[in-house]
Design a protein around this ligand. Sequence first.
Ligand code: BGC
Length: 768
Amino acid sequence: MKEYFKHDPWKVIEEGFDPHMNKVAESIFSIGNGRMGQRANFEEQYSGETLPGSYVAGVYYPDKTRVGWWKNGYPEYFAKVLNAPNWINLHIAIEGQPLDLAKCKVESFRRELDMKTGILTRLYIASLPDGKRLEVNASRFCSMADDEIGAIKFSLTPLNFSGSITVVSGIDADVVNMDSNYDEKFWNEVYKDASRDQAVVTAETKKTLFHVCCGSTVSVVQKGKEVSLKQSSVTKEKFAAFQFELPINEGESTVIYKYAAILSSENHKKEELVAQCRTQLDYARQRGYEKLRDAHVKIWTDKWNECDITIEGDVGAQQGIRFNIFQLSQTYTGKDQRLNIGPKGFTGEKYGGSTYWDTEAYCLPFYLGTADQKVARNLLVYRHKHLQRAIENAGKLGFTNGAALYPMVTMNGEECHNEWEITFEEIHRNGAIAYAIFDYIRYTGDNDYLVEYGLEVLIGISRFWAQRVNWSDDKSRYVMLGVTGPNEYENNVNNNWYTNLIAKWTLSYTLESIEYVRGKDESVFNRLIQSLKFEVQEETKKWKDIGDKMYFPEDKHRGIFLQQDGFLDKVIKPVSQLGKGDRPLNQKWSWDRILRSCYIKQADVLQGLYFFEDQFDQDSIKRNFDFYEPITVHESSLSPCVHSILAASLGYQDKAYEMYVRTARLDLDDYNNDTEDGCHITSMAGTWLSITKGFGGLRIVDDQIHLHPFIPGQWQSYSFKLEFRGQVIKVNVSQASVDVTLEEGKELGIVIYGQPFVLTDKVSSPIR
Ligand code: BGC
């Protein structure tokens, strides 16, 4: 854990420049707008350690699978999130010397992300090798209002000299992915031009043939007036830019505005891209930086109004939750049904694909609670659209009769993960897709979703489970062999408790849903069973039987569920007894050693207890928590939030707080020593969950919001808002009371500490 960034309620601040932390900072200060995003790389040249990253949503490259030993069933490719053409570059030379912080003496440096406004700034004073000192103040944003536009304001002031600078600025599509499997470049040039003040490049991805067209234009202001520039064009392969020279005077600022338009063939006809890019550039330049910025800030103001969480009395915790909400909101806005929430969002390349089970298991509740119901519904419909692909995916592994296996990682519904122990075995992901349907309906009451889309998906998943289990004569039970549970530090185990549980639950939820849909609309039901060739009697009978006779490993003596068969053969030694040099295990230990150890990467049995807490009594949850928490290393970012929520419900308030901080500040403090690759976007929803479901005790029971709040001793108060079935409530918890206000809507029944209230304006209850 590194405490590098300064604490502040609304800002993330880097004070002083540490080149070793630059890649971490580039991830942390990433900005985006749901349509595109940008790591916090410098505009000017930088020859030090950096991970350049510009990303355009939905654009990917199917990089040929690279594995040591090919196994039948492996997907042909891994969908790489592409490093897209770079639009931020603004290279500056001062009388021939490049402005490059790796070669300058950095006298002062401050990088700051204002989360309230979504604006990134850098302010520094540097001296060049020949002693020339200058001050730079650079700001930029990816416009939330005009989501194909990015804008930069770059101000430079010579402090002890007058002279001239040369600026080169444009679009560079000659970019690479660090994680390319064969060191291949993924882009071909389609078009480039630098004329009429506009540098424009269209690049095409190999194989997938996406077109991304980027353009830029600059204007310069000195002494408050726009300077007329004598620009000469600079073009080379996949690169178009302008070069110009300017005199600069000691103590006087030169302000360079760069406007960029970033468009993709996902949203425009290929043949119209260039023209529309030029139109966007004209528009951006005409509006100017300030107006574009104001429109962008207005969207952030509205967003914060919907989903801010306040914490009084703990700046680190406050900054953490806002950072997480900020990142989630700029990754996925819910506007485009084709998009999803990639684990790295727009902050890095690692992981590839855009969709993991993270969306359903972690992110969905955040969007349910903070956005219009349509946003969450879109996330479910996204999976419905991929159902055929999930069926094909299962088919490749030998499953038949419409069994669906949703991919571990995907861009378009096809599986693209390629490690056998995950691709073939980490099948619990399928259950999360089913669980999300249940979770969505529980929250919204939108039962029609089942009729329209949900049941079809549930049947596909249930068919998969029914084929994936086998009857064990020895145990007289159904078992599930050769799986990997959520804890990826165990592979190819038998009877992972969580997987068996979610499979059994899916079967029973599907049976219930069949009854619901049949009762609601017989003709829809009949059409569905015909199109699915669903043998109602036979298949449902089998599912019921599996549900009734599923095997679950447990240790009756300890009163715990076993993560998998044989778990207790391991040497059980708490994480607290590991040396500091052992962590993170995945960077310090051999895989073999990890697999044999008892250490758990992320919530596994506890994930099941979190999802299905109603099925277990508190004592049982407590015994399992007491057993598993001390041996969990939380080396998946998805883990601590589940522990935080369970700890809160068990009354382990210190643990709940510790796990909250770990979730909330995971990237800010680089807990897992991997933030340089990008931020852990999907787990950020877990921070929101830790506060609402954990500290707030939020549950939806029988169509009503239930709250059971506690407040950590360090905090004076905290508050969050919830959208619930067209109404909005604000929950404020102080050391003395819980106050709930109805902010939108007329009347809402809610339950606080088990006591029902009718909320028309405000209700209060003393804190317990
Ligand atoms: C976790 C998975 C998760 C993936 C993407 C892995 O480290 O173990 O559960 O889906 O990261 O976030």
